[in-house]
Design a protein around this ligand. Sequence first.
Ligand code: NAD
Ligand code: UGA
Length: 431
Amino acid sequence: MKLSIIGAGYVGLVTGASLAELGHDVIIMDIDRARIEKLDKGIIPIYEPGLDRLINKNSESISFTTKMDEVIREADIHFICVWTPPLKDGSADLSAVRAVARDLGKAFAKRKIKTPIIVTKSTVPVGTGKAIRQIVRKEYKNDFSVVSNPEFLREGQAVADMMHPDRIIVGSNDEESAKTVASLYQDLRAPIIITDIATAEMIKYAANAFLATKISFINEVANVCDLVGADVESVAEGIGMDKRIGKSFLKAGMGYGGSCFPKDVRALQQFANHNGYDFKLLKSVIEVNEQQRQMVVEKLINNLVTLKNKNIFILGLAFKAHTDDVRESGAIDLIIRIQKQGAKIRAHDPLALLNARRDLDDEIKFVAQPYQGAQGADAIVIATEWPEFRDLDWSVIKKQMRNPLIIDGRNLLDPRQMRSHGFIYEGVGRR
Ligand code: NAD
Ligand code: UGA
């Protein structure tokens, strides 16, 4: 089938490449001209393992454009994959989604095509499908369908998630269109759940909010472990083996970040509130998440008495490992908090240095080598769970530091090993 992808970000590019891999012809559109020019030259503007290979492999069936008219000429099913960032009140900014709906409506009206389908993959609050229908209807009087097909991929493993999903959700008020969209994925052999649009939109928020709740829950358990001398890693293992609980998303640390959990938890809370419901649990989830970052600052102060003029080396800037994305990264938030205490910061990340530089001020010294950053440091904070940090020569690092303190905000390192090197080691909820 001929499909268009509108928005060439993480979700758009991975969706486009994966649908091409499944045998469809795909045109990918974005308003960012520079981004499309890069893609035309074969340069992938984001870091996502396996994405360049998938796009190159399917280059015959993928094209790029900045023009909506071209999109409508080439495709009958249109996936909206544009951003939905948070507004100040926590609600999702739908201006890009609305703009795309309006442009699609206008372009449909010029060509009068047979029943086009608009599929929303962007994360949008309940009611957006209905709003899209109204916007398009103003421009285009013939038949068209709106389908919600939320995306559950994770950055850093997006291609694998897209090609091996746990489930596919298709929400529509029109059975025929739901079946057509579901059929695009049939070769993935994943369970497909067909619902109405509002339910599909809600499933996406409920999934992200539940995962964020799991993280805040284990973080609170970790905080109690710190006080009573229990070990949260073993507690997580012990509860996770109960199939009803499950092992994943029980890694305690300095809280969740990224472009989705923080924004989606706030948006669900906001639209619940807007509809007259006070989602109390989510308030606590957010509060605990903030507290986890502050706790790292307090652990530093407890050990160093003051942070004024202390050299703190931050290992990790990305919001999680295997990505260069620093949007709502806990590491960036932590750096700002530590800077306010008067500390001097050095920072290293295997992939995210360039992106972090844009978000932080010139006072911070970014180092390309971890060993450089350790020179004369009063403390090291592990802020992203990059596995390669485990393999550093910690005995060399210890010799370079002024004071051998490690605060492991991601419970990445082995406490026993670190202590045997002579470090003062503190994780989150670890004995
Ligand atoms: P992104 O910021 O990486 O990309 C968004 C793209 O949309 C940009 O390239 C931008 O130029 C383009 N765009 C904006 N307005 C446009 C317009 N009017 N017309 C055409 N293109 C336009 O965003 P993303 O991370 O891919 O997320 C997209 C959506 O998917 C969001 O709603 C997000 O919540 C959701 N989502 C993201 C992930 C993830 O892991 N990143 C996973 C699941 C769902
Ligand atoms: C998350 C969801 O996992 C995806 O299913 C969803 O599609 C996506 O949001 C989205 O809607 O955009 P992502 O943000 O890429 O994916 O990353 P995750 O792997 O979920 O991690 C999010 C944050 O939680 C990271 O900061 C990570 O360090 C933290 N985390 C994760 C923990 O602190 N503990 C854990 O056990 C797991």
